[in-house]
Design a protein around this ligand. Structure first.
Ligand code: BEZ
Ligand code: FE
Length: 276
């Protein structure tokens, strides 16, 4: 087919979706068709390569069940999840940056009082985490809900240990009258994303690292503010530059200094975006 014929094909497919009543769906499908055809034309994709791609996507689908979402993992390693986060969370400067949610959050984690123990039996180097939640104008946000979750010293989340019948390394705190929260836990360590599926094969074939730099996950919610989903990473972590899911932002990397007796401490201040 000539280049002009190929242009006509793209136009025909876009037009075929032209009667889609939902304008947003029409826009998304039109753009998807243009980019997909552009990719095929740019790479001059062969039929064999196309079949290989279909087989890969089939394997990704077959790996999914109610506990495993290999398509999201694929989106993560392609940087697509982080791109969605980036376009959806353009906030004024000064607000804390968002990053990927990840697959290990559990709704309804135990409530933990300030000063309480989030590790709840998860082993690792003890640490104290202190934080504040405020608005961009400096106003402290009292009563904010701070959901935190993390891996243990083996790099595993509680949900990855089928033998464990209770929450470990996760909890929900509430900020005090000054927007402060604090809890005891263990220092997170780097861990590999799941590599026993087709996404793992992709990483191995392309010589990419599966190791996520150590991090704590946070989801912070307060009435009148945009929900913040983010991580805090550790300064000096060897995997910061090669995070397989592209979640690292320099503003989210913090020191976790040793404070004696094998204990570490993290202090991090979160700034929310006011919506009303
Ligand atoms: C996580 O940090 O929990 C995570 C994020 C994306 C993919 C796998 C794990
Ligand atoms: Fe994580």
């Amino acid at each position: 087919m000539s280049a002009a014929g190929s242009d006509t094909l793209v136009q025909q497919v876009v037009e075929r979706f032209g009667d889609t009543p939902d304008p947003r769906l029409r826009e998304i499908l039109g753009s998807l068709v243009r980019h997909l055809h552009g990719f095929i034309r740019e790479t001059r994709l062969t039929e064999q390569e196309w079949i290989k791609g279909i087989a890969f996507l089939t394997a990704v689908g077959q790996k999914c069940d109610d506990r495993r979402q290999e398509f999201i993992l694929l989106s993560d390693v392609l940087g697509a999840s982080m791109q969605v986060v980036a376009v959806q969370s353009e906030r004024p400067t000064g607000c804390t940056e968002s990053t990927v949610f990840g697959p290990f959050h559990v709704e309804g984690a135990p409530q933990v009082p300030n000063g309480g123990d989030v590790a709840s039996g998860a082993h690792g180097t003890p640490c104290l985490v202190r934080g504040t939640v405020c608005a961009a104008n400096g106003q402290e946000v009292a009563g904010a809900t701070v959901d935190v979750w993390q891996s243990d010293d083996d790099g595993l989340y509680d949900v990855q240990r089928p033998e464990l019948q209770r929450a470990q390394g996760r909890g929900v705190l509430t900020t005090d009258a000054h927007g402060a929260f604090w809890f005891r836990s263990v220092v997170p360590v780097p861990y590999p994303i799941p590599t026993d599926g087709p996404v793992g094969d992709l990483l191995r074939t392309t010589r990419r690292s599966p190791w996520r730099p150590a991090h704590l996950h946070f989801r912070i919610q307060a009435p009148g503010y945009e929900t913040l989903i983010t991580h805090v990473f550790r300064t000096g972590d060897p995997h910061l530059a090669s995070d397989p899911v592209f979640g690292v932002r320099p503003s989210l990397v913090a020191d976790w200094p040793a404070t004696g007796e094998g204990q570490h401490e993290l202090q991090f201040d979160f700034v929310l975006h006011r919506t009303s």
